[in-house]
Design a protein around this ligand. Structure first.
Ligand code: C5P
Length: 236
């Protein structure tokens, strides 16, 4: 299951396809993530095209709304052939249950569904001061992860630094999808709770989400291979 997911944070399909051209000739197609920017710009057609090209796909829309709206939206997404999608755990257990219901197709199949705990750009200080959550970030994440499991989700999005805490709270099969990845020698940008691909592996992350360290690298394909070498050498 371990894999590197490239966050395709581009503003247009053509920019994204130009980026993907750099991976032509690779035996394995990278697992991709498209988020709000690209999905709002290009719509479901882009999802269909990436699937047609043979990529596994994480649709990172981080739904957070009333349960009925989330259920109905997930029903629409269930018709796209995505592999992984997400909601915010802050939307409550009821909202997450509605998400599972909406995502499940009539034949019982569905994409994997994970919940965002706290964004990796949020520090404990900001969470306590801006969001008025007085618990520690660790307690908050373990609690949100247990809520996600109770609602029937497959895992959570968290920092790799919290992956072992999530596994301890929810079991080793509960997925940890972890952004906030940086090479030892790269800039941190706006991320706060970060680690290297090698440390993410040690901490028990299942899937790492890597954006700028690959998309902004001088040689993105080499950066992707470097990530895989550190995180999931068995895939190479
Ligand atoms: O460029 P960078 O590696 O920081 O990109 C991380 C990606 O992971 C972005 O697309 C961001 O939206 C996403 N993400 C995150 N933290 C979360 C959930 C998703 O950084 N908790």
């Amino acid at each position: 299951m371990k894999d590197v997911i490239i966050a395709c944070d581009f503003s247009s399909a053509s920019e994204c396809y130009r980026f993907l051209d750099l991976f032509q000739g690779q035996a394995r197609k990278p697992f991709l993530k498209i988020g709000m920017e690209l999905f709002y710009a290009e719509g479901p057609q882009m999802v269909r095209e990436l699937k047609r090209r043979g990529h596994r796909l994480f649709l990172d829309l981080k739904l957070h709304d009333i349960p009925n709206t989330v259920r109905r939206t997930m029903r629409v997404l269930s018709e796209l052939d995505i592999d992984l999608c997400n909601v915010h755990a802050a939307g409550t257990v009821e909202m997450m249950r509605a998400a599972v219901e909406g995502l499940t197709r009539p034949d019982g199949s569905r994409a994997l569904l994970v919940a965002v705990t706290q964004l990796t750009s949020t520090s404990e200080e900001r969470m306590q001061r801006d969001l008025l959550v007085s618990a520690s970030i660790g307690e908050t994440i373990a609690h949100y992860a247990r809520n996600a499991r109770e609602a029937g989700l497959d895992g959570v999005v968290c920092s790799p630094l919290e992956a072992s805490l999530v596994k301890a709270a929810c079991g080793k099969d509960f997925l940890t999808v972890t952004p906030g990845i940086r090479f030892a020698d790269s800039s941190t940008d706006d991320q706060v709770r970060i680690t290297t691909p090698a440390l993410a592996r040690e901490k028990g992350s299942d899937l790492i989400v890597v954006g700028r360290p690959i998309t902004a690298a001088p040689d993105p394909c080499a950066a992707w291979i470097r990530c895989c070498t550190e995180f999931c050498p068995e895939n190479l």
